[in-house]
Each structure stands twice: as structure tokens, then as C-alpha cells.
Write a protein that binds this ligand. Sequence first.
Ligand SMILES: C[S@@+](CC[C@H](N)C(=O)[O-])C[C@H]1O[C@@H](n2cnc3c(N)ncnc32)[C@H](O)[C@@H]1O
Length: 219
Amino acid sequence: MSRSSRYQHKDRFFQLAKQSKFVARSVFKLDELNQKFRLIGKNQIVVDLGCAPGSWLQYLAEHVGRKGLVLGYDVAPVELSLGPKVQTHIVDVTELSPERVREDLQSLRQQAAPHTPPNAPPPPVDALLSDMAPKLSGIRDADQAKSVALVEFALQLSRTLIRPGQGVFVAKFFQGRDSDQLVAEVKRFYSDVKLLKPEATREGSREVFVLGRRLRPSK
Ligand SMILES: C[S@@+](CC[C@H](N)C(=O)[O-])C[C@H]1O[C@@H](n2cnc3c(N)ncnc32)[C@H](O)[C@@H]1O
């Protein structure tokens, strides 16, 4: 990219972020992925890991429609009011179990649709997204390993929560020496896997997203 097009690139997302109603520019990455691959649809149930300050939640709340549900987790609080179909929890995802997510989904559904019988089984998740980023130490390999470890937690959760044969898994990580191994692991569980770098990613950033679609049935 030339110096002037690099400037325009930076300027475009900077201006967009300033003008938009979204609380973070991260939303442009999700929007790009969604426009290209149609990941999020009406009435879907979406889990958003690393959801603070909440731009993805704002976007998801609009895109899942009236009957969709969005559950967010982060170690930091989300200070937005996003209506009854969105619920957030302050949790370290490395300590999150699928059982806990299912319980939270039950309670969210009860909040969004109070007439649902309380003993109805929890619905399967349509999309599990992770924009989690570890606290950076500045040591490249260590930071990369931490980001890969977060994706591995997200991947394990997705395997139990997403309906086999369906579903979408999207997770951000820093590219580095563990990347190929991570992508291979996602391929073990999802039949359609892609490595993506949205245009809205900051100049010079090593972050990429792995997209997995169609969860393979467990053996
Ligand atoms: C880039 S921000 C996410 C931005 C968000 N997608 C948005 O649109 O507003 C990364 C988030 O990952 C969270 N995070 C990092 N490690 C985490 C962990 N182990 N458990 C939960 N959240 C974590 C951070 O607290 C931070 O809020």
C-alpha cells in the first residue's frame, strides 16, 4: 500500500468511527466479515466473547432481529443498555463452562420471552464469536501464544454449544508461529475454515480472524 492510500485507509475507519453510534471501531471488522460471509441472521442466538466495550453487541442486537438473543462475556463491564435480548456477564472466559453458558441462555430467553416454559431445553447457539485480546506484554511470541490460548478456549466452548452440521465460529488472534497449528485444530472441528484479515484491521497489526463454519458431528 502506498503512503497516501495507507493514509486514506486509516482516515476512512477513523472518520467512520467518529461519526458512528458504535462504541468501538472493532465493529467495522465484524461488519466486513458479516457482509462477506453472511454470518449473522434474524432470530439467531449469538455468544460474544470479549464483548466490552460493546460495539459488536450493538451490531449484533440490530442484526439478530426481534427474536434473536445475544449473550456477551468479558472480564470488563459493558456500560450500555441494549434491551432485553442482550445480556452481558463479567466473567473470565478461561473459567467459563458450557453449562454456565446454557444456564445464562435460559435466563436470557426468560428475560426476552417471559412466556417460554422455564423447563424448555436451552436453545443451541448459532454463532460463537471471540474478539478477545490478551493484555499485551510486548513480548511477541508470548502475546501470540496468549491470544491463541484464548481462541482454544473459545473453540472448546463452541464445540459443545453449537448445533452439529451448522453454526459459525469466528475468533481473533495474533498471527505467529502457532497460527498453522491453530487453523489445523479449527479444521478438525469445522468443515469450512478460512483465515481472514479485514480491511478495518489497524495498519501493521498482526491480528487475523479464523472463521469456521459447519461444526463436524462429534465422533
Ligand atoms: C478488542 S476488545 C473487544 C472489543 C469488542 N468486540 C467491541 O466491539 O467492543 C478485547 C476484549 O477482550 C477481553 N478479554 C481478554 N481476555 C479475556 C478473558 N480471558 N475473558 C474475558 N474477556 C477477555 C478484554 O477485556 C477486552 O474487553
